[in-house]
Design a protein around this ligand. Sequence first.
Ligand code: ZN
Ligand code: ZN
Length: 220
Amino acid sequence: MFALRTFYQSKDWCAFRERLIHERTDDNGEVICAHCGKPIYKKYDIIGHHIKELTEDNVNDALVAFNPDNVELIHFRCHNIKHQRYDGFRQYVYIVHGAPCAGKTTWVINNAYDDDLIVDMDRLWESVCFRGREDKPNRLKANVFGLRDCLIEQIKLRKGKWRNAYVIGMYPLASERDRLCEMLGARCIHIDTDKSVCLSRAVNDDWCGYIEDYFEAFTR
Ligand SMILES: [Zn+2]
Ligand SMILES: [Zn+2]
């Protein structure tokens, strides 16, 4: 039995989406967006969208939930446009995860609307001390994490009028991600930039260390 809240993180859905991506990759190795007709270059930008919308009542009906004719592959950004236009009021939550320097924040900047709710650790650090981005004083850690948890609680309760919320973080461990996804009813977006690219963007040795630590934890 599926619950709507966790459907898009279920193993069955992820496997189904993979299958559709495989079947719909053209001779140039590209998946074409069913909304705008342009190629979708990054796999994490591909959203499987149900044409007949999934609801609590039909989420266990395979003819709706797992019917290839009912699922379009479209850009994340096109998906937002579609829902912005057709939905009644519905709130969507995304966990944007990946290595340090993978481009998570950049991806959110490119996709989020001005009135979306964004939880970004770097920004939270900057909000409590002057050099938060370069320097994260250990003594403030509990306060910054407290701020994050407070926002996560608000997202969990769907407090406020935002349409989309993005939680940006490394979350290298699948168990931790799954728990957060389930709690928030979120979809995961994995910014799966290669380690070599992340390392080339690192500003100093500390950051190279964080990247190495991430990939070690991620592949464990
Ligand atoms: Zn598109
Ligand atoms: Zn959709």
